[in-house]
Design a binder for this molecule. Structure first.
Ligand code: ZN
Length: 433
């Protein structure tokens, strides 16, 4: 099927509406709204929050009109006509573009519940997919209307099929950018039991000219929107992470994916893994925990964005006071990235902690020194640009998809307001009100 953006993300109209009403725990829409024309293209809605963050700046007293699945008009309340529209008042709330989660694992559940190894080696595919449908709903209800899912961790191509289930209105969920199995260098990943056993790994192994080219192409052929690779991991006799792929291998993968218009995201914590990835032409680096000022400067020069995943592995958020040594290192590397001016995309590695708690990453970025408005951009307009979706999502402006979320209070004054979700709309369909 051709990769046409509009068909890829089109919701199933009435089906999506029905799914949203049926979804457990969602407030039903009012009788008057149910009687409104079901054809999404016919419905006009005017949203009246206290203020609108349009992806760039805050505007007090603005209103937004939605027609069908698109944003139709935005501006001062008095100038936005409500003729023929259902009007939804959101007093005290900030209306924003639906938030972007730049790094999710929709097929993992919290490591408090089961270790990664147990999930990958003891939980079957159907079980994992059943859980994932709950994760998708929790994510959407939290106001996150787009996720980039960076690896199914042993669950094959289930992300591609979950994406289909959402777009066909079978289950409620955010827009999904899938990456399928992710790619690791042979021997570098997990799980490992005894040396004689060949056990399925949490990602697909590939090396060198022959298999890397084939595996990148194969994952794209099976529906990957992004290719995810691991440039380093905890392997070998040394403590901590060590690089895996050579720079030539990374370059080859990037070049192969680029032919299909598919960008590459790379897991890298070591400065050397980050350096190889940046020089190879990847578009985002995930984690970056040991990033140095030099490496962040290189990322700026190479136009590589950082997805910091501060809260992954941080334990309960907010962390204990005083912070652990690991958190102190993360704080220092994040500050170095901010100081260097690296483009930052919000991404939490959710799945390692409960889905629906995605906003804690934004709280963490602000706690670690990012201005609240910049944090909001990293989950809206800036994220959309990094994901090449800025003509579809990430801003509140006419012509874009009506992916909108409202939160009680003003998140530029108190980032924790993002936990108080009042309203969620995706593609013009209300999922929470
Ligand atoms: Zn991850």
């Amino acid at each position: 099927m051709p990769r046409m953006q509009h068909t890829r993300f089109a919701a199933g109209g009435a089906l999506a509406m029905a799914a949203s009403i049926l979804a457990a725990g969602l407030a039903p829409v009012s009788a008057r709204q149910r009687q409104a024309p079901i054809g999404a293209n016919e419905t006009i809605t005017v949203l009246k929050p206290a203020r609108v963050f349009d992806g760039d700046a805050m505007h007090e007293g603005w209103a937004v009109r939605v027609r069908g699945e698109k944003i139709d008009a935005v501006g001062a309340d008095a100038g936005v006509s409500a003729a023929g529209a259902r009007v939804i008042d959101l007093p005290g709330a900030t209306l924003m573009p639906g938030l972007v989660e730049g790094h999710s694992h929709i097929l993992l559940h919290s490591y408090n519940e089961a270790s990664w190894t147990d999930q990958v080696s003891r939980e079957g595919l159907a079980l994992r997919v059943a859980r994932a449908t709950n994760h998708l709903r929790a994510t959407l209800e939290a106001g996150f209307t787009t996720v980039r899912d960076l690896g199914t961790e042993g669950a094959g191509y289930a992300d591609v099929e979950l994406k289909q289930a959402v777009s066909q209105g079978i289950v409620p969920g955010p827009r999904i950018l899938a990456s399928t199995r992710a790619i690791v260098a042979t021997g570098s990943y997990q799980p490992k039991f005894i040396a004689e056993w060949n056990v399925p790994q949490g990602a697909e192994e590939a090396d060198g000219v022959d298999s890397l080219t084939r595996v990148v192409r194969d994952q794209i052929g099976r529906g990957a929107d992004w290719i995810k690779m691991y440039a380093d991991y905890r392997w070998g006799p040394m403590a901590g992470s060590r690089p895996t792929f050579s720079i030539d291998e990374l370059k080859l993968a990037v070049e192969t994916a680029k032919s299909a218009g598919v960008p590459v995201a790379v897991h890298a914590n070591t400065a050397e893994g980050m350096r190889r990835a940046a020089l190879a032409g990847v578009e985002t680096i995930e984690h970056g925990g040991e990033g140095t000022p030099e490496v962040f400067k290189l990322m700026v020069e190479q136009h590589v964005a950082l997805c910091p995943t501060i809260t992954a592995g941080a334990g309960p958020w907010p962390p204990a006071n005083p912070e652990s040594a690991a958190n102190q290192r993360k704080r220092a590397s994040f500050k170095a990235a901010l100081d260097a001016g690296v483009t930052i995309i919000n991404g939490s590695d959710v799945g390692t902690f409960p889905h629906g708690e995605n906003a804690r990453e934004l709280e963490a970025m602000v706690a670690y020194g990012m201005a609240p408005t910049a944090a909001l951009k990293s989950a809206t307009s800036a994220a959309a640009r990094v994901l090449h979706m800025e003509t579809q999502i990430g801003s509140v402006k006419p012509g874009l998809f009506a992916d909108l979320a409202a939160f009680d209070g003003d998140p530029t004054k108190e980032i924790g307001a993002l936990r108080r979700v009042k309203f969620v709309m995706k593609n013009g369909t209300i999922y929470r009100q």
